[in-house]
Structures are given as structure tokens and as C-alpha cells.
Design a protein around this ligand. Structure first.
Ligand SMILES: [Zn+2]
Length: 296
């Protein structure tokens, strides 16, 4: 039996993909979808090289381009209404890719820092941003043990992580009391996912291990120990969208079937000060959970 790694309810077959099987948690309160078998490290590294970050000598084949900077600017503009003035605040972008969010964050006054596991992307982001980009949370903590951030962004990255609850628990320790976590990901209940089924680009992407909706993402963030988890619906205009598509986007957003979901979470002073024991306890609990690819 396969168990949901977040709520431990039985997960059942959802759909078959060429590279894996997607299973779905059968709890009405969770419903997390995940890849039963995740790509091994070597295959995963090749997939990133092929789909996202071609290395020297290879023709670019960027099938999953990053968010346009114009859209990131709209997001930060709207985030200004929900946070203290950005000037001088420390931002950490987890899984920063080529660093475009960091560049835009700096325009808005943040002191931006990034973590990127992929060596090619890490190198390029470092050159673009002009900062050291860390390879992992441990790498950051080694160089700056006291680092605490006002905003941590996990922008279209959570679906790529092998055990996203563990990453979120670690990121929670890096937030200042009163700091915020912003998580965005694609929505499995969006209209395109419903129409395209297994052909939907976020199922077809072999580097994705989890497929969220509003409910399962919120549940995951709470599972990682965040006390205040709120959906955010920024109004973002994509430059290539015409009037009809913009209207469609607005309606989808309103009724909760938009292509992307956003969650903003805070960390309260009390939970921040209590975190070492709490995190240790949660880590122990999560490590005992059977994860999709080994929990058959
Ligand atoms: Zn579940």
C-alpha cells in the first residue's frame, strides 16, 4: 500500500505517465498527487540539463522557461501591500534557477540571496546577480550561520523537491520572527490540467515529483510547521496574453481554478523561538514516513 507522505492516508492510482505513475492521496482533506517513482539522481540531472539548463556545447532546449521579469515585478508591486517596506530586507529565493527573481527583488530594495542545487544554473545565477549563490541550505548555514530572512520565496520549485516538507521545515528556521514564506506552484485543478490530462505540461515534466492544488499545498505548508497559511491571489498580467485570455485568467483566479496557486505564510514569534525542538520532532516524524517511490 502506498501512503501519502503528508497525511499518511492511502494513495490510489490517478494516471499513468511515460516516466512514472501519478498517485493521489484519498483523504478529502489533503488529496496530494505525487509521482510513485521519482527519477534517480543521474536521470534527474540529465533532465535538468535537457529541459532547463543546457551546459556548454549543447544547443539550448529550454522547454520550461522561467517567469517573465515583468510578471515578477507585478508580483512584488502587489506584495508591497502585505509586507513592511522592502528597503534593506533580506530575501532568500530557494531554487533560484538563473536568478531572475533575485534581480527583480533587488530593484525593489531587497538584499537578495539564492540557493540553487543545479551546478550550471548556480554558476549562471551567481554571475547574473553578482552574489554568491549557495548550493544548499547547509552550504548557506556553513557560510552564514546566523542568516535569517524577512522573505523566503519558493517560486515554482516545491513540485521539484524530493521531500518538500523537509525543505520547508529547514526554511522555516531561516525566517526571522514576523518573516514570510511565499510558495507558488501549478494547480492540478486548473482548466488546462483537466482538459489535457497526462499531456498537461506539469505532469509531462519528469522533474516534477508532486502535483498540488490549493488544499494539498496548504496542508503541506502547515505540516512543515507554519502557523499562518493564507492563499494569495495577485492579479498578474502576462505580456503575451490577449484580452480574452486575461479575462479567463481573472475568472479562473476568482473561482479557484487558476493555473498557479500562491500561499503566503508567516512564522509567529512564539513558534520561531520554539523552533529547534519542534523542528527536530517533525523531522523525526517525517523521516519515518514511507515516501511514494519506496512506499509501495
Ligand atoms: Zn494526504
Amino acid at each position: 500500500m502506498t501512503l501519502c507522505p503528508v497525511c499518511r492516508t492511502e494513495a490510489v492510482h490517478h494516471l499513468a505517465l511515460p516516466h512514472t505513475e501519478v498517485v493521489r492521496c484519498s483523504s478529502a482533506h489533503c488529496g496530494l498527487q505525487f509521482a510513485l517513482k521519482q527519477l534517480e539522481d543521474k536521470e534527474l540531472s540529465q533532465a535538468y540539463r535537457s529541459f532547463y539548463y543546457p551546459s556548454n556545447g549543447q544547443a539550448p532546449r529550454l522547454q520550461f522557461p522561467s517567469t517573465p521579469t515583468g510578471v515578477l515585478r507585478q508580483m512584488f508591486r502587489q506584495l508591497q501591500n502585505r509586507m513592511p517596506p522592502f528597503e534593506g530586507l533580506r530575501l532568500l529565493d530557494y531554487g533560484c534557477g538563473l536568478g531572475s527573481l533575485l534581480v527583480v527583488a533587488r530593484e525593489f530594495g531587497f538584499t537578495p540571496e539564492g540557493i540553487e542545487q543545479d551546478p550550471v544554473a548556480c554558476h549562471e545565477a551567481s554571475a547574473t546577480v553578482g552574489n554568491r549563490i549557495y548550493r544548499s541550505i547547509d552550504d548557506l548555514s556553513r557560510h552564514d550561520p546566523a542568516a535569517r530572512f524577512d522573505l523566503v520565496t519558493v517560486w515554482n520549485v516545491i513540485e521539484h523537491l524530493r521531500e518538500p516538507w523537509a525543505d520547508l521545515q529547514q526554511l522555516r528556521r531561516l525566517l526571522r520572527p514576523g518573516g514570510s514564506l511565499l510558495v507558488t506552484t501549478m494547480n492540478v485543478h486548473c482548466v488546462r490540467a483537466r482538459l489535457e490530462g497526462s499531456k498537461w505540461e506539469n505532469y509531462a515534466n519528469p522533474t516534477h515529483f508532486y502535483y498540488f492544488d490549493r488544499r494539498s499545498l496548504q496542508r503541506l505548508i502547515r505540516h512543515a510547521g507554519f502557523g499562518s497559511v493564507k492563499e494569495w491571489k495577485p492579479h498578474l498580467r502576462h505580456p503575451h496574453h490577449g484580452t480574452m485570455r486575461t479575462l479567463f485568467y481573472d475568472v479562473s483566479n476568482y473561482i479557484g481554478v487558476s493555473g498557479v496557486v500562491f500561499y503566503l505564510s508567516g512564522v509567529e514569534s512564539s513558534s520561531a523561538t520554539a523552533h529547534p525542538a519542534a523542528i527536530a520532532g517533525q523531522k523525526g516524524a517525517s523521516s519515518s514516513i514511507e515516501v511514494g517511490n519506496s512506499g509501495k
